[in-house]
Design a protein around this ligand. Structure first.
Ligand code: MN
Length: 741
């Protein structure tokens, strides 16, 4: 690729070019200080060479040159010259501070920190986290601007690197730095970064586009002039105050279109694009009407991002039309406000806050906002500026690394405890220590952007302590710790309950092995209305059930079945008679009620059981039997309170059940846009019969969704729950009627 700064010039000559550019840029600078920075860098980098053989300091000058081109002020230029001395030489922060002041030293320090961030993963989510982290780490916007200038020059001189390095750096540029440049509104630099990366990532594709554009350039150029005049004339004659811009799309955007639409370049006709900028929203639609009147619109290419803005706030109306020569082209229509947001992103937002004067920006002023930003920065308190910029960015998040380089996104104020539980509950529960950036850390240590966290675990770890609930910042961490306590206590309860139960059995001349035989266990469990012995032991252990009562309940049953010889002849005869009559049990709505035919059955609304669930019936007053799950809170509570004990009775599912049962799920999730949409999309994809779906924010950055759906059985329901749990941001999915899982 063409390389703007000639690498064969010696450094002094290159520096005098830089000075020329500073003078031409019309921004007052102390050139003596700039020269001192150059000389300091040259001295410190003495003997170091770039891959092309030139002195290392030429890279520092070239980076500063890009900064000058953007219209940045003196400290930025000085810091750009010094940007690699902390990383690559013996120079220290204090050296820089003493010679050039703390502002410059802080910027260089910030750039060095960004340089040390390693890029390892190609996953899109990781790339997004890394982009956010770089922005959040740069306490001063100038740090990012210098880092981008540094990367741009490295991309310009990438030919001298090994092929492997070219690919790695180009991928990183494409995924991390070009999007950041885009976010900061640096459209021109973004385009150059993308085009240069593409050149290394797919050279054949790049060359194909370049050759075709060169062939077509004459035609395209006169075509665009023509269209621009036609649009401008028509707008003026209809009294719509507007400015029309034209451009040829940059190579990577053409490439992306070829790739996404699987075309070769001859299939991409709309290489040119026009922008019509108007005064207000109604003029956007008026202008659109005029353009559709002048040229034939291409069906399906009209997009209204004014009524539905893109997630980053972008607004415009897009349409593709066919010109008089039969060549299609895209037109984007927007107001000046929308244009500012589109071009300057975060900075435009900041500018509004600081009382923007509605200046109109054109392409020639692409970088003027940076200048204004920095002028404003000198006037206001630096702290306020940083604070304000941080609010716009990610002040409520912190981004840290695993030792293997994955970025983990945590709420601001998070501690190693949050980190451990964010990796996995198992890691948190087994944590015995943490290291932050290689140093042993306390659990209350507040994590900073870019920290590398290492969690030490041990199989014999005692588990979380109660204090951790105070030290954890994220509510999902606290939920996980609470779950551990609940479960852990359950284990203790089971042990205690088992001892009590065994003692009571002994008093009655029974043994545990007698009632846990393969034949007996199902009968015992059914009689006691629990789904496992552990459930029974846990209930006895925490006092929700007494061992005396439990043993009483099963005593007779055991006597009857274990010692059948004690049955009377009459018993046996009546049993035989029953068996012979072969009367089928009658299923009512798929439920068999023990000892009762034809009774009215309804499914409780509190826990909405479905076939496959362990169920129990409750004899209501005058309303038949209502069916609950055995883990339904209402049932469990009543059992604990030992209230209405006599009205509970055993029920079971019939072999043949109804087609569909209505049941309710509650989803707890991190608050984010698109969440309810994702739930709806997933349920739809599962062919779930959804009867209602609603969501609301519950504060603490969380929302809940309520889903009423119809399923055939528990298996189908569990499959849907598993799918829902996999949706991004979902903390837990539980069935109605049950407290925490
Ligand atoms: Mn550098």
């Amino acid at each position: 690729m063409e390389t703007p700064i000639c690498i064969n010039w010696d450094a002094d000559k290159l520096f005098s070019e830089l000075v020329k550019h500073i003078l031409a840029g019309n921004i007052a600078m102390d050139l003596g200080r700039v020269r001192a920075a150059y000389e300091f860098a040259a001295e410190r980098h003495e003997g170091q060479k770039r891959k092309d053989g030139s002195a290392y300091v030429t890279h520092c000058i070239a980076t500063a040159d890009i900064i000058v081109e953007q219209g940045l002020e003196e400290d930025s230029v000085v810091a750009a010259l010094l940007h690699d001395v902390l990383e690559d030489t013996e120079a220290t922060y204090d050296d820089i501070k003493k010679l050039f002041g703390s502002s410059v030293a802080d910027i260089v320090d910030g750039v060095t920190k960004l340089t040390r961030v390693q890029y390892t993963s190609h996953e899109e989510e990781q790339a997004e986290n890394l982009r956010k982290m770089l922005l959040a780490m740069a306490k001063d916007i100038r740090v990012i601007l210098i880092k981008i200038a540094d990367r741009l020059h490295n991309m310009r001189t990438m030919d001298y690197q090994t092929e492997e390095k070219q690919l790695i750096k180009s991928a990183e540029t494409m995924e991390i730095y070009a999007p950041i440049a885009h976010r900061l509104g640096m459209q021109k630099i973004k385009w150059e970064l993308e085009d240069r990366s593409l050149y290394y990532l797919d050279r054949m594709g790049y060359n194909e586009i370049m050759d075709t554009l060169a062939d077509k350039m004459d035609v395209l150029s006169s075509f665009m002039t023509n269209i621009e005049e036609q649009i401008q004339t028509r707008m003026t004659s209809e009294n719509i105050s507007s400015t029309v811009y034209r451009r040829i799309k940059h190579i990577y955007s053409i490439y992306r279109k070829m790739y996404s639409q699987q075309l070769n370049i001859s299939g991409i006709f709309d290489l040119c694009a026009f922008r019509v900028i108007v005064e207000n929203i109604s003029d956007c639609y008026n202008a659109l009407g005029l353009i559709h009147d002048m040229y034939k619109p291409v069906p399906g290419r009209f997009k209204d991002y004014i009524s539905t803005p893109k997630p980053n706030g972008y607004q415009s109306v897009h349409t593709t039309v066919i010109g008089t020569e039969g060549i299609p082209f895209e037109v984007q229509i927007r107001t000046w406000d929308m244009h500012q947001t589109a071009e300057y992103g975060v900075a435009a937002h900041w500018k509004y806050k600081s009382g923007g004067d509605g200046l109109r920006y054109g392409d020639e002023e692409k970088f003027a906002w940076v200048r204004r930003l920095l002028e404003a920065q000198q006037e206001t308190e630096a702290q306020d500026f940083v604070k304000e910029l941080k609010i716009d960015m990610f002040s409520d998040e912190v981004f840290v690394f695993t030792p293997s380089g994955d970025v983990i996104n945590l709420p601001a104020g998070a501690t190693p405890i949050d980190f451990a539980y964010a990796i996995h509950s198992g890691v948190g529960n087994k944590m015995v220590g943490a290291k932050v950036n290689g140093k042993i850390s306390t659990y209350d240590h507040v994590l900073k952007n870019g920290d590398i966290i290492e969690i030490r675990t041990s199989k014999s770890a005692a588990g979380p302590s109660r204090d951790w609930l105070q030290l954890a910042k994220s509510s999902s961490t606290r939920t996980k710790i609470k779950q551990w306590f609940k479960k852990e206590k359950r284990d203790e309860n089971i042990i205690r309950g088992k001892d009590m139960f065994e003692d009571e059995l002994k008093k009655n001349g029974l043994s545990l092995s007698e009632i846990t035989s393969e034949a007996m266990l199902p009968i015992v469990l059914k009689k006691l209305a629990v789904s496992s012995l552990d459930d029974l032991f846990a209930a006895i252990g925490y006092g929700g059930q007494t061992s005396v009562r439990s043993v009483n309940k099963i005593k007779d049953e055991i006597a009857r079945l274990v010692k059948p010889e004690k049955k009377t002849i009459l018993d046996k005869i009546s049993e035989q008679a029953e068996r012979r009559s072969g009367k089928p049990e009658k299923a009512v709505q798929g439920i068999l009620v023990e000892g009762l035919d034809n009774c009215l059955v309804k499914f409780s609304k509190c826990c909405t059981p479905v076939p496959g669930d362990e169920v129990i019936g409750f004899i209501t007053r005058g309303n038949g039997v209502s069916i609950h799950r055995t883990d339904c809170m209402n049932y469990v509570k009543q059992r604990i309170a030992d209230a209405d004990g006599g009205r509970w009775l055993s029920v079971s599912w019939a072999k043949v059940t109804n087609d569909y049962y209505s049941t309710t799920l509650r989803i707890l999730a991190k608050e984010r846009s698109g969440f309810i949409m994702d739930v709806a999309t997933l349920l739809n994809a599962q062919n779930a019969k959804v009867r209602s779906l609603s969501a609301r924010d519950i504060g603490n950055n969380q929302s809940t969704a309520n889903v009423v759906l119809e399923v055939k059985n528990r298996e189908e329901l569990l499959a849907i729950i598993r799918k829902l749990e996999a949706i991004r941001g979902v903390i837990e999915v539980r069935r109605a009627g049950v407290s925490e899982r």
